[in-house]
Every structure is written in C-alpha cells, then in structure tokens.
Design a protein around this ligand. Structure first.
Ligand code: KG4
Ligand code: ZN
Length: 330
C-alpha cells in the first residue's frame, strides 16, 4: 500500500497542512495565509503570527482531511516543522501534531524546515539527481550547499546579513508595493528597464552572500531621486539580485560539477530566477530541479515529503523546537 504522510508547517506566517504520498503526489494541501494580519506592519509580527496559527490550524486540518478519503490511522507518520522559525509559531504546529499523534496513534517526526524546502523539488514527479548543488533562497535564508547524496550535505556559503527574500520585501516596502514583496516586485520589474547600476555585493568573492548593502543603496537612490521610475528601480534591483545568485551558482557548478542544480525557497517562485537558472543550467549541461512554483513558498507538502526521508532512515523522533536549527541537522 502506498504510504501517506500528513505534513504540518507553521514556522512563520503560513498555516499549511498537506497529505502527500511516497511518490510525492500531493493529495491535498491547504494554506491559511496571514498576509492580512501583517501587511500593516510591513513584516511579520511574531505574537500575531502565533495567535493566527492557533485560529487557523484546526480548520485547515479539517479542510485537508475532508478532501482525502482516508482514516487518520492509515497515515504512516505526521511530519511537523520543528525549526528554524518563530518559536511561538513553531510551538502551535508542534503541539497540534503531538496531540494528533497521541490521539490517532501515529508517529510524529519533527522536521527541519530547510530540509522541507530541499525536498520540495521532488514533489509532483520532480526528479532530483545527486550529487547536487542547492540554492535555497527564501525570506529567512540564502545559502548554497553541496549534496553528495540525499543524505550527505555540506554548507558551501550563506548570507552575512539579510536574505534575498528579505531584501525583496524591504525594497517593496520602500516602494510602497505591499507585503510580501517578491511576487509584486517580479511583476513590476517586468515592466521596467534595469538602467540603474545598483551594487552586486560579494560578486566574485567566494560563496558568501550579502544583501544589506544592496538594500541600503536602493534606499539612498529612492531618497535622492524624486523623479524615480518605480518599475525601473524594481527591474534594476531584481537584475542585481539575479546577477549575484547566478554567478555564485555558476562558480559552484564549475567547482563541484554536480549532476543537478536544485533551486528552492520562496524566491524560487520568481520567473526571473527560474529563467536565469534555466539558462545557466542549459549552458553548463546541468539538470535543473525546481519545485512547481506553488510549492516554492512555505507549505505542508514539502514537510511531508521530507518526512519520508526521516521515516526511511529511521531517524530519531526529535520533537524539540529549535528556532535556529541549521540545515545540517535533522
Ligand atoms: O520560503 P518562504 O515562503 O519562507 C521562508 O522560509 O522564508 O519565502 C518567503 C520569501 C519572501 O521574502 C517573499 O518575498 C519571497 O520568498 N518570494 C518571492 C516570490 N514569492 C515569494 N520572491 C521573489 N519572487 C517571487 N515570486
Ligand atoms: Zn521557508
């Protein structure tokens, strides 16, 4: 019988629950977004995030269970994000999962959110070949890792300050475009011309990233240019981000010569990033593994997908919340 896992993700501002089978097919995934809760603040307000998870988690679970025709006892496991993320938000998901596991008599695994993003590329028939270079570009992280196999991971480089998603969000806020910034920046950037030369931080300097200087440079430009064209600012900012992300990945492909490049995390929903990575992989003969855009941002399906790895390797069932859990730990 095909194994099924229930995945629960509440690390930040999305309450997301899914049932996924062992082939990566998503039987159901429901996500309650908190955009309306936080949009007035221009970022995530942790206390409100926890409260919104409490309000949304049971209705979200019910919506998923009503869509999949199984009894909970048929689940092989429940996978729930245990970190990294906001502690109050993580606790809501974790304690809900523990209650369900005890009530249904189903084992519960605490899952590393970053491992979830990694495995999102295998959802809905996605093929991932190893060894691989991974670019994880999200609101919380920007990093490159080398994976010799699905189990062996070595961190190659990360950001010294802001993540690329955070930079998108902050620049969108400066331009009064709302929150989250990624999708709206993409859309507006497409209508503009990348004619402003913003800095490309850390370009040609190893695998470390830094996006805070780029963000400050955009702020200075906005403050000193009364007749600025918003679309051109967005296009120029996106072009700077793309050049940095692509050049670091190009260097990693040249050094590690992997079979595939995996691009995941919220920013991997960006059509500009998808196109740029497609060109890079075509020019180097590397397979490109991307999740379907809807599974790029946080979701319960990727947590369920990652949970199969924990189940298969009989990993310790760690249910401790860790807001700073590194990618190298399960
Ligand atoms: O992976 P994710 O949902 O949450 C974290 O784990 O951080 O990523 C959220 C980030 C936000 O910064 C958001 O602006 C960005 O991903 N994002 C995008 C797009 N959709 C979401 N960035 C660029 N283009 C998009 N289409
Ligand atoms: Zn995430």
């Amino acid at each position: 019988m095909t194994r099924l896992i229930l995945g629960i993700e509440t690390s930040c501002d999305d309450t997301s629950i899914a049932v996924v089978d062992e082939h990566g097919r998503v039987l159901s995934c429901k996500t309650a977004s908190q955009v309306e809760v936080h949009e007035g603040y221009g970022g995530i307000y942790p206390e409100f995030a926890s409260r919104a998870h409490v309000a949304a988690i049971i209705p979200t679970l019910k919506a998923v269970l009503s869509e999949v025709d199984i009894s909970p006892q048929e689940l092989s496991a429940i996978g729930v994000t245990r970190g990294p993320g906001l502690i109050g938000s993580l606790l809501v998901g974790l304690h809900t999962a523990m209650g369900l596991g005890a009530g249904w008599n189903v084992p519960v695994y605490g899952i590393n959110h970053l491992r979830g993003h990694l495995r999102s590329a295998a959802l809905e028939g996605g093929k991932v070949e190893y060894p691989a270079i991974v670019l994880l570009a999200s609101g919380g992280h920007t990093l490159i890792a080398h994976m010799k196999s699905a189990d062996e991971m070595e961190l190659v480089g990360t950001t010294r300050d802001d993540s690329v998603g955070e930079a998108y969000d902050k620049v969108a806020r400066m331009l009064d475009l709302g929150f989250p910034g990624g999708p709206v920046m993409d859309r507006i950037a497409k209508t503009g011309i990348a004619n402003i030369r913003f800095p490309r931080p850390m370009l040609g300097k190893g695998y470390e990233f830094s996006f805070s200087g780029l963000k400050s440079s955009v702020r200075r430009y906005i403050e000193t240019t009364p007749d600025m064209v918003v679309a051109d600012v967005a296009a120029s900012f996106v072009a700077a981000c793309m050049e940095v992300l692509v050049s670091k990945c190009r260097a990693a492909l040249a050094e590690y010569k992997p079979a595939s490049l995996i691009v995941v995390g919220g920013v991997s929903a960006s059509p500009q990033l998808r196109a740029a990575m497609g060109e890079l992989c075509a020019s180097t003969g590397t397979a490109l593994a991307l999740p379907p855009a809807e599974w790029s941002t946080d979701n319960g399906a990727m947590i369920a997908m990652a949970c199969f790895d924990y189940l298969d390797r009989d990993a310790e069932r760690n249910l401790e919340v860790d807001p700073n859990l590194p990618i190298s730990r399960l």
